[in-house]
Each structure stands twice: as C-alpha cells, then as structure tokens.
Design a protein around this ligand. Structure first.
Ligand SMILES: [Fe+2]
Length: 181
C-alpha cells in the first residue's frame, strides 16, 4: 500500500487510484499486483516470478523489459549502507527503474522536470515504474527490509548518473522541519 507525499503542499495521499493518477501526470507508472497463488515470506525466486508471471509478461511486452529477478535485502545484508549510498542521492539512468515490492518497504523521491519533488513510499503489492532519465533517489525505511521483483531493459544493468543537486539534503530538512510543527 503506497503513500504519496507531496512535500511542497505538506499533503499525503493514500488512495491507490488518486496516487496512480497523480503519478501518471508526471510520467511515473504505479500499479497494485496480486499473486496468482499465495506466497510465503520465504518463497523461492522462481516461485515468486511464476506467481506474478502474467503481470510481468504484460509489462515486459509494453515496456521492452527483457529480464526479471528478485532481490532480497535485510537489515543484516553485508555492506548494506555502502549499497544504499549508491541510490540515496539524486541520480538518473538510461533505463527505467521498475520495482514490485513483495516484502518490506522502500522510499522513492521523484524529481520530474518543472515539478516539485514528491515522495512515494512503497510496500507489499506496489509496483513503481520510474522512466529512464527521471531524476530520483531511493532509500529504505526503518525496517531496512525489502524484497522486490526488478525488471530490466538491458541485461547489463544500469549505471547511476548523479545530479549533485543537493535535493536530498533539502528534502531531509523539509521533513525535519515539518516533523517539528
Ligand atoms: Fe535509480
């Protein structure tokens, strides 16, 4: 269940249809998926990809994605902070960033051209499609846990290009000051 955080208006949206419409306006895809069969938290990657294969194949065909895998990040994952450091600064890349969340949570910040930054917290059942070239960054939440399906357009993966805009620091400041109100 996603939460859209419109920082400039100090407004949060939790209704899935409203979130989908808002994100569509800035070119970002949002869907909610259900597995074709129930999956336990320890389900194997193959089992997970099979349970979501209809949706995976649909967006592969629509978006030109060629591979799908499952990542599993836990609080005790080795070098977790170093890994997060790559993604928690504003960047863009030549490929779409597509994530479907199975377990845990993630926080995306999206900074489309000529639009204020918005936060999207994603959790189990949420799919987010951030188009190539979109300025954005990602972080984990307090649970420091995420298991997610990833889809790629290029099997070699992508390299982040950092904007060095300082937007993350500005957002952190805004969040800290709104928490103090
Ligand atoms: Fe990214």
């Amino acid at each position: 269940m996603a939460i859209l955080n419109i920082l400039s208006e100090q407004r949060q949206i939790q209704d899935a249809e409203t979130i989908q419409a808002y994100l569509a306006d800035i070119g970002v895809g949002y869907e909610q998926w259900q597995p074709s069969q129930p999956l336990g938290e320890s389900a194997a990657s193959d089992e997970i990809l099979a349970a979501y294969s209809a949706d995976i194949e649909r967006i592969k065909a629509a978006g030109g994605y060629v591979t799908a895998d499952v990542i599993d990040i836990k609080p005790d994952t080795p070098n977790l902070d170093a890994m997060l450091d790559k993604f928690n600064k504003e960047h863009w890349h030549d490929e779409d960033e597509v994530r479907f969340i199975l377990v845990g949570h993630g926080q995306f910040y999206l900074h489309p051209p000529n639009h204020p930054i918005v936060g999207v917290e994603v959790g189990p059942g949420d799919l987010l499609m951030v188009p190539r070239g979109t300025h954005h960054w990602f972080d984990l939440l307090a649970d420091r846990r995420i298991r997610a399906i990833r889809l790629f357009q290029d099997t070699a993966g992508w390299t982040p290009h950092y904007t060095h805009s300082g937007a993350e620091a500005k957002v952190a400041q805004m969040l800290a000051s709104s928490a103090n109100i």
